[in-house]
Design a protein around this ligand. Sequence first.
Ligand SMILES: Nc1ncnc2c1ncn2[C@@H]1O[C@H](COP(=O)(O)OP(=O)(O)OP(=O)(O)O)[C@@H](O)[C@H]1O
Ligand SMILES: [Mg+2]
Length: 645
Amino acid sequence: MKLARPRARSRPEPGELVSLEERVGSLSFMRAGFALAVLALGSFAPDLRGVSMGLLTLVTCVYLVPALALAPAVRTLSREPAVLASGALLLFDGLYLTWVIYATGGVESPLRFLLFVHVVAVTLIASSRTGLKVAAWNSLLLLVVLYAQAGGIIGTKETLISALPGQGEHFRLFAMLNVAALWAVALATAAFSSVNERELRAQKVDLHQLSAMVREIDARTDAADIPRILLDKLCEVFGFTRGVILASPEQDLAVLAYRGEAEAPLIVPGLDPVMERAWKDRHTQLVKDLDPGLDPRLGALFPFAGRLVIVPLFLDRGQRLGILALEPPGNADRIKRWTVTVIEQFAAHAAMAMQNAWLLDEIRHRLEENRALQRELMAENMSLEVAVDERTSELSDSLRSLRQVEDARRKLVSRLVNAQEEERLRIAGDIHDDPVQKVVAASMRLQLIRKQVQDPDVRASLDKLLESIRASIFSLRHMIFELHPSVLEHEGLAPALREHMAKLESDLELELQDDFEEQPSSETRVLLFRIAQEALGNVRKHARAKKVQVHLGQEDGGYKVEIRDDGVGFTPPQVLSSAPGHLGLSSMRERAELAGGWCKVHSLPDCGTTVEFWLPATALTSVAKIEPVEEIEPGADVHLGAAAS
Ligand SMILES: Nc1ncnc2c1ncn2[C@@H]1O[C@H](COP(=O)(O)OP(=O)(O)OP(=O)(O)O)[C@@H](O)[C@H]1O
Ligand SMILES: [Mg+2]
């Protein structure tokens, strides 16, 4: 959007009442009027003109062109050339009018009045000084025409000459009378105009000062300054001797500014009748004789005052704000309407400025409150953050110590499991090396003795003895297997589990599916075997099952074993832990988790039980490696010496 450029020439310069552009415009109208009058006279009274109508029209057009062209040109010209052009046109006006007078009868021309009109119009439109200058120029030109005519330098129509009062003294007197009349009109107009001009100039100065006050008020942000500035300026400009502004943002009138001989006296709360009237009528009230009895507050504020101007102050929505009371100077017998209007308008502006400043105060106050609140919140936030930090560090400490405890527990369990395996290995080795060897040796000796004995009764007893020795050897070998199944190391998990089940000598049907693509490491294999051993032991002990299915599979980078029975089932605990005195379930879980795996039991009463567990391919804990214990087949030859040793 294009913004309209301010029209600089339409604003009057300091010291001017009317702008140059307006003046040129008004003078253009005057010139157009002159041209019309001249052409009308030329057309309707041809006897009166001494030149042809064509010449009259041509000269008039030549006159009008620059006169009318100047008005738009003034807007584009800078001030100096515009003033010069305007002055030149005034001179040109004189030349044109004088020529017209010459052409229409000279000293007797009926258009002589145009010179008078010119002087009066210029005085009124421009200024009295310009009017006088134009009067001087016009009278000079008139004299030139008249004398030229009288001296016969310029030709005059016979008819017109005959109408003249005569040549010589009469003619000169007539000419002088014309010039004197012109000057009389010019001086009278100038006198009238200068009085007006003075008045207008005074008003303009007042307005100038008051506008400066408005700028000062608008620049203030403290509401308390505004009424003081308004009161001081009004008193200064209009000469009021005392004044007061009563107002308050809360509608409870208080003295906001006072200008008098001393300090503002305290006034009782409430309103004087004249104040009520000013608010009600929404008009300024003029008090002629202040009666302190009737208006006690004003009486207290303006002791011995006669006349007062009471201006009601309103806010933008017509809300009552306060009262401005002013005491005119003692010698002023009346207050001009213009003054009252100006006071009302500037007071209204000041009232708005006060309201704005109060609003600003309130906003500032609210902002300050908000900032304080924000600060409080930030402090609160910080203390909360500190508390949260403390709590977090406490929690992380607790977590750390929990982890340490858990770590220690795992280590302990790991050590226990290791110790258990080692112990089993040792016991298995001891049983194999000593009791088994000795019992085998005893059995072999008995067999030798039996061969030498002939008595059938003794031989029968020896046979029974040999039978029970073989049973003991079988039990001992089963114990060795349970303690440390070497088949696990040599053949793998599935054969070990099959042998384990076979050795249990139960009616339980075992269905084993081995989907291992490769055998786990020996540590993982021992762990898998121990957990499966416990699960199968539970089936045998508690399930009363007919069949148990074992599936060995590989998934998720580890080994998964699933043992499903069709027994009585039970309600497994939420957390896989054994009841006091029962360790099986806990040990299964512990062993699985120790290796970084997991163990789950799914069961419901009468729905069988499924135990599944998974261990990673690389177990995280190390358990005793399986040291192969040499199995001795019953009946195998054993070196006695070796057995003895
Ligand atoms: N396959 C199963 N079928 C039925 N009940 C079972 C089965 N497995 C476990 N249980 C039930 O869970 C209980 C806890 O088993 P857990 O192995 O922890 O202890 P336990 O076998 O009784 O004793 P421990 O294993 O210490 O010698 C058992 O007493 C039994 O009631
Ligand atoms: Mg058990």
